[in-house]
Design a protein around this ligand. Structure first.
Ligand SMILES: [Fe+2]
Ligand SMILES: [Fe+2]
Length: 237
């Protein structure tokens, strides 16, 4: 068994106490890998990424992270990634990483993902160029997931996202904002190619547990949705 601890939407910032405090005390004994599902920072500042790194300084297990929409807000996403990588965090932006932990190889495909909506209500590739650009951004993110799942060779495969690939884990949010919280286009390659676990954040007032139409477990790990600093999901137990 390998234990994946996960949290998202920590929204680190200097000098402010968040409503749900990130707390990783004892995580080294409770989990084998920590996965962080984006919105690492409150305002997208590289100095806020340094605050997060400071919060994580006692964590000795491997850390895998993706960025969220907040981390793009000041166009400092490359600097944020550099801050994470220089402290040993595997910051994935469409890349894969295989982590050896608990006697297993765990393969991650990590990417931010994008919105666009779900099923019949999803954004079509039609009309004004700006909407078609949004559609293509969703396709690009889905392709990153597909390529990752096609290449990973590991005992377990985890898809780490910020945006949600299903509606179910958004329940609790106003339905009007679902299209800004995720896109079903991302679930297609995962259902087709398979995965053991999908982790996402971004939905602060959603539902923790869901399943894709292909039966793959999805976990919304936004810290305010979970109401705890992190959750441990065992694989292969
Ligand atoms: Fe967030
Ligand atoms: Fe977000």
């Amino acid at each position: 068994m390998v234990r994946i601890a996960a949290v998202g939407d920590v929204h680190a910032q200097r000098g402010a106490a968040p409503t749900f405090k990130a707390d990783f005390a004892n995580i080294n004994a409770r989990a084998d890998i920590l996965a962080i599902a984006g919105d690492l920072t409150a305002h997208g500042l590289a100095e806020e990424a340094e605050v997060l790194v400071d919060i994580l300084k006692g964590v000795n297990i491997p850390i895998v992270a993706v960025l969220g929409n907040h981390d793009y807000h000041q166009r400092q996403q490359e600097e944020i990634k550099r801050v994470l990588k220089s402290s040993g965090i595997l910051a994935l932006d469409g890349e894969t990483a295989v982590v050896e932990a608990g006697g297993f190889n765990v393969g991650f495909i990590g990417t931010k993902g994008f919105g666009g909506g779900f099923g019949m209500g999803a954004l079509p590739d039609f009309g004004e160029e700006i909407f078609r650009m949004m559609y293509r951004e969703g396709v690009n993110e889905a392709n990153k997931i597909r390529r990752g799942l096609e290449t990973i060779k590991a005992d377990f495969r985890v898809v780490l996202l910020h945006y949600s690939p299903i509606k179910e884990t958004l329940h609790g949010e106003p339905p009007e904002v679902y299209a800004f919280l995720g896109a079903s286009i991302m679930a297609e390659p995962i259902n087709r190619l398979g995965a053991d676990l999908i982790i996402h954040g971004h939905s602060h007032y959603g539902t923790e547990k869901g399943t894709t139409s292909g039966g793959i477990p999805v976990r919304n790990v936004a810290i305010s949705t979970m109401g705890r600093p992190y959750t441990v999901y065992p694989l292969g137990g």
